[in-house]
Design a protein around this ligand. Sequence first.
Ligand code: ADP
Length: 472
Amino acid sequence: MNNLLHSIRFRLTLWYASVLALVLVLFAASVYVFVVRSLQTNIDQALQGYGRQVTQVAGRTVQGGHLNVNHISMPPGVRREPLAVVIMNVEGKALRVQPGHAGPPYQVLRIAIRSGKQSCTTLQATGIGMRHEPIRVCTTLEYRHGRRVGGVAVAESLVGVNRALERLRLALILGIPFALILAGWGGWLLAGRALEPVERIARLARSISSSDLSRRIDLRRQDELGRLADTFDAMIERLERSFAEQRQLTADVSHELRSPLAIIEAQTTLALRRSRTDEEYRHILASVQEEVERMSCMVAQLLSLARAEAGEEPVAMEPLDLLSLSRAVVDALEPVARERGVALDVNGDAVLLLGDSARLRQAVLNLVQNALQFTPEGGRVAVTAGCRGRQAVLQVRDTGCGIAAEHIPGIFQRFYRVDPARSRSTGNSGLGLTIVRWIVEAHGGEIEVDSQVGGGSTFTILLPMTHQPAPA
Ligand code: ADP
């Protein structure tokens, strides 16, 4: 019962019925007042019309400034005689009273003649035809040459009209609750139908767990509930994707850690099997250290990415020159390039912008390191800084092995390697480009790749430029 009282369906129906009740009561009251007024107007017009006709007939017999009437003849065209008619001269002498004891109309006419104001009024009459009933009396005054000569009061019983009004009242009083019950029942059914999808959404939400996010509401409606269901479906889809990504990440990290751990385990087992020379121990420890460094580098990169995704890695915005920053990276990697037999150079114009120099240096470093790694001896890696419209452009171009088109969408994903065996052997984590993309996006920029197998690759970073280089 408590549940029912708190249900939207019940409250909707209650609201609907309350508003309807108010509307019906207002409507019934207006109809009643309108009917009463129009009936009264009709009666008043009929009585005044009758009075005017009588005064016209009576007026013909004005003698010496007075009405002189001996009888009241029924005006032509009148189907039914009124309840009472009184004709009076200006001195208040009743010239004709029909029926004989029409006291109330008589009194009303006396007052009207004295005050000179004709009007219509409702009275409780006693004494007309020995009856006790509500009557309507209208007075009409008669003038001759601008002088009041007398008047006529015409009365009609309101019994019939009041009975009709009583029936109307009864019909309205009984009709409103009946209409309300009917409308409330209809409202209850309609609210139930309208809210049925909400119940479906609630059922589905209850049945969804983290292990089964494949279900959808799929309401296929264009209305508000359809939009709610679509939003809900989109939210579940995002959740499903993020759970899948989480599972994938856990699997990838475990996979990545497995080989260095296996190497460490193998090396230590080998070292402990028998006693070794100092040289052998040093060799084994150096190999273990290398694996540990690789793992801690990977963990640090992962941590940094996780913080970045959680919005916890602040990006400083300081003025910097992209060309100088690239030159510093090239200088640092020059020995590596020389060792690999790859020409490495940097050129372009000074490009001033606001950014985080440490992170942008990291991005350029990752790109140049990749380029050096995938470019064979005798090849060339060129770093260029410049502007394109209102954007700063940094390009790292190499003459290396290139990337097949089907791999390009994947290379920015975590742990993605075009050639896993080769990359692992060189100690790369598969996180380099993921970090580059995050850094570029954190600066409001974007990264593009243009590559052909055997034809080299070009990585282009586009950054919004806030400072134009000063003219030379
Ligand atoms: P990693 O640190 O293992 O190099 P990255 O995220 O930096 O990982 O790169 C992902 C993959 O993209 C690499 O394994 C490599 O196959 C490919 N790749 C990146 N840069 C280049 C490049 N300049 N030339 C060819 N392949 C590249």
